[in-house]
Design a protein around this ligand. Structure first.
Ligand code: FAD
Length: 317
């Protein structure tokens, strides 16, 4: 039986593991299908504090893992299929490892960005295709950018990217946008934003020097067109990785874990959540790491029996 099982090895899970290991709690960390998390799919990370020259995403994650191992965190490769939080100790069923028991559990399984699923997209992530304007906008100074999407986050990303880009073209498959009026107005008032509405994305088109633009079908004429750009930002939302919880943890309508504000406590005492899986707003490596630290400290207090907040009842209501 483990004192704490950490599910997920992105910046949140690994930071939790470092703190737990340094508190002598020898956590077991389950890696999932993406050891190191989302940052292993990118190249330069320029906004993680402490690396003035930037650091490659996979290197940053390898460093965090080594730091956790140095203090005694154990890692196991596996995918959590289901959990049973109805009894104590908690049970965590891991593909290939069977059922593991723990006194406390930290959920740090992230939220996966949704992609369009079109040719040229996946192979160019980090090479002209991005799902994070805050992370990658800076790489497109003076360049042409496409933002795909029709919701609030697409409008926000488009407006934000005009700080760097020479122009931003918003591509959406319908004429109408889902975004709120205020967000639409903000984007429409921005002279750098142009619109390619009623266009269905078909492929990310690549030339000799990288991404050339997005091939779309004009739904009015039925003809294919190339919307030229150096970068394509896909802003069609994220899916939090919470399916394995089987409804035992309170989530919002979109599946994000609800925590008591200012803590990492979920509706079940002893189960904590950190990182993107509970973050509908920031979704950054440093904010994930910050909440990972909080989850470890919350778990430590819970295990000591000195947890002062337990808001689980209020969350159930
Ligand atoms: C291409 C790209 C570039 C980015 N660039 C930057 C950047 O420059 N700067 C920045 O601050 N942020 C960047 N981000 C965002 C950043 O990567 C995320 O905010 C951060 O990784 C979230 O950390 P996390 O620990 O919450 O989750 P994740 O990194 O998503 O890790 C989730 C972990 O959970 C595991 N997991 C999921 N489900 C299960 C399961 N059922 N069982 C076991 N394990 C499971 C996965 O294997 C993974 O290890 C970028 C994101 C992407 C996609």
């Amino acid at each position: 039986m483990y004192k704490t099982i950490v599910i997920g090895t992105g910046p949140a899970g690994l930071t939790a593991a470092i703190y737990l290991a340094r508190a002598n709690l020898s956590p077991l960390v389950i890696e999932g299908l993406q050891p190191g998390g989302q940052l292993t799919t990118t190249t330069e990370v320029e906004n993680f504090p402490g690396f003035p020259e930037g650091i490659l995403g996979p290197d940053l994650m390898e460093n965090m893992r080594k730091q956790a191992e140095r203090f005694g965190a154990q890692f196991k490769n596996g995918w959590v299929e289901s959990v049973d939080f109805s009894q104590r100790p908690f049970r965590v069923k891991v593909d290939g490892l069977g059922e593991l028991e723990a006194e406390s559990v930290i959920i740090s399984t992230g939220a996966s960005a949704r992609y369009l699923g079109i040719p040229g997209e996946q192979e160019n992530v980090g090479r002209g295709v991005s799902t994070c304007a805050t992370c990658d906008g800076f790489f497109f100074r003076g360049k042409k950018i496409i933002v795909v999407g029709g919701g609030d986050s697409a409008m926000e990303e488009a407006s934000f990217l005009t700080r760097f880009a020479s122009s931003v073209t918003l591509v959406h498959r319908r004429e109408e946008l889902r975004a709120s009026k205020i967000m639409q107005d903000r984007a429409r008032e921005n002279s750098k934003v142009t619109w390619a509405l009623n266009r269905t994305p078909l492929a990310v088109t690549v030339g000799e020097t990288g991404v050339k633009g997005l091939t779309v079908r004009n739904n009015e004429t039925g003809l294919e067109e190339l919307v030229e750009a150096d970068g394509v930002f896909v802003a069609i939302g994220h899916t939090p990785n919470t399916g394995f919880l089987g409804g035992q943890i309170t989530t919002d309508a979109n599946g994000y874990i609800v925590v008591n504000p200012g803590t990492t406590e979920t509706n079940i005492p002893g189960v904590f959540a950190c990182g993107d899986v509970q973050d509908t707003r920031y979704r950054q490596a440093i904010s994930a790491a910050g909440t990972g630290c909080m989850a470890a400290m919350d778990a430590e207090k819970y295990l000591e029996g000195t947890m002062v907040h337990d808001w689980s009842e209020s969350l159930d209501k």
